[in-house]
Design a protein around this ligand. Sequence first.
Ligand code: MRU
Length: 352
Amino acid sequence: MTFTNQVYPVVWYEDHVLLIDQTRLPEEYDLVQISRSDDMAEAIKTMIVRGAPAIGVAAAYGMYLGAREIETRDRDQFLVELEAVAKRLKATRPTAVNLFWAIDRMVRTAKQTIGPVEYLQEVLLKTAQLINTEDLQTCQAIGDHGLLALPPEPQQLRILTHCNAGALATAGYGTALGVVRSAWREGRLERVYADETRPRLQGAKLTAWECVQEGIPVTLLTDSMAAHCMQRKMVDVVVVGADRIAANGDTANKIGTYSLALVAKAHNVPFFVAAPLSTIDFNLSDGSQIPIEERDPVEVYQIGDTRICPPEVEFYNPAFDVTPAELITGIITEHGVVKPGELVNFREKQAV
Ligand code: MRU
């Protein structure tokens, strides 16, 4: 397969990581060089890198960078210090489970590897690179499976998406936008409707940018326009990403996803979640157990440098909400499309 204008938000280059600075797009395309684990933790926290799978890949490299900084040559002491690196990286963002999945995989790999510390460090770099390439392949598989799940009519679909579940949010290609890319490639896409996604505007800044890079027709909507557009029959299907999916299919994704799912149900518009199996948390029986990140109120009371409300007002800034499984038509994974209630059948396919 060949793709043009590929975007890779997390890249290992020589002896460091290069991140596309997602806080600067679309005004500027900057690369940030990360050589230390604590800098990677900060980049995840401040959303230089964001989106559940991309956070997982970045954290895996953060684990290697941390492992590289450990000076002891004693294997047991090395593993103790590696756990401390894991703890610091895990404290960055609570909702996207890919963060914890990738870090736990790195720790487990270190523990299971026999040999001196230098060898463990080498294996950890290879494992981070593997997580990176696996995610890219996973997204391409999600895109292709998604194609089969899309409504057969009309031939050219109008797909609405929320936040950014694109190449920028993954190792590349994207989950929800992966489905969009595959649909575009196969001549099955008329246009994308991108919700702007308040408060951080990932739809306006990132999804719209990615679409423009590839010449995919994109129309930007504010978050409150979806009901109107569906009432006017302007949307054929909704495809969104996910930050954490509980075993019963309840799905945490960017704030506003739940109301979008309710609106889609009311208008009989199919609502798909596209996500890798690494986003499924089989330890949680339902979505009420998913931790929801609350972010700095400045994201709500300010747009750019401009304050948009009186100083006396109080704020609430949950970054994610949980869409109940019954509102989800299907979950598009790298192993195929599954109804939320049948997710448990995929448990043994999850890479550990
Ligand atoms: O706060 P963000 O920008 O990290 O939130 C991202 C999302 O909610 C995405 O939709 C989700 O991580 C899926 S990305 C493939």
